[in-house]
Design a protein around this ligand. Structure first.
Ligand SMILES: [Zn+2]
Length: 240
């Protein structure tokens, strides 16, 4: 049996990190799959990420049905279950409206990693447009049908943008998902700045592959752990 208490404590910390690092504001959310029952996942009730505590976390079936809880869930909970349904490797999902990525979702200019820390994003960050399959909507993923369509666009990628809305990042752990969400926005901001100056030289496919191998081989306290420890301390300090 997994240590669910420790996992949910990390989920609370992750919510606070995402708020403190500017990835989430009043909106956005992070989930984690239940390691003891992969057909379920944990996600907070509808509440600003900065405010999430252990008591706010609900459990859901992959179709977005809450397990024995009638508190108000996030409208966009369907993002989490549909991605976990489509990709057994996904253990954690971050959805946000972080501002740096928005210009890339509406211009057709793709996000491409240009900084070593952003190699985690991989070679392809696709863009999903709700209008393509669903016409005019309020842009939010509010059904399993929309979530499944988004999952097809994400494919095997680490992150995908949603046109005029935000982005979603997946990971094989909470820490990998948080790291990828932070550096997706970092890359977007740096890429927008670099494109103002001149022609951008992006990471090569080979460089991205080597960066990802190094992260995969990281020992405890390295890589994702080191970033996590730093961000968790900053998020805690901001609450003192
Ligand atoms: Zn959203």
């Amino acid at each position: 049996m997994a240590d669910i208490d420790a996992l949910l404590a990390d989920l609370v910390t992750a919510s606070r990190i995402l708020a403190h690092e500017g990835i989430c504001d009043a909106f956005g959310h992070i989930s984690v799959r239940n390691p003891d029952d992969p057909s379920r996942f944990f996600l907070a009730r509808a509440i600003a990420p900065e405010l999430v505590t252990r008591d706010d976390i609900l459990q859901f079936e992959l179709d977005g049905t809450a397990v024995d809880d009638d508190r108000k869930p996030f409208l966009e909970r369907f993002i989490h279950g549909t991605l976990m349904q489509a990709r057994p490797d996904i253990q954690s999902v971050v959805h946000s409206h972080s501002r740096g990525v928005i210009p890339f979702g509406v211009t057709g200019t793709p996000i491409r990693p240009l900084l070593h820390s952003c190699g985690v994003l991989g070679t392809d960050v696709p863009v999903w447009d709700a209008n393509d399959a669903f016409g005019d909507t309020n842009l939010l993923i509010s059904s399993n049908e929309m979530g499944a369509d988004f999952a097809r666009t994400l494919g095997g990628a680490r992150a995908a943008l949603m046109r005029g809305h935000g982005s979603t990042v997946v990971g094989r752990s909470i820490r990998e998902a948080v790291y990828s969400a932070v550096y997706l926005d970092v890359n977007a901001q740096l890429q927008a700045a670099a494109m103002q100056i001149g022609t951008v030289k992006y990471l090569t496919d080979g460089e991205i592959s080597l960066i990802q191998s190094r992260l995969a081989d990281a020992k405890p306290d390295e890589g994702y752990d080191r970033a996590w420890q730093y961000w968790a301390r900053r998020a805690d300090a901001s609450r003192a």
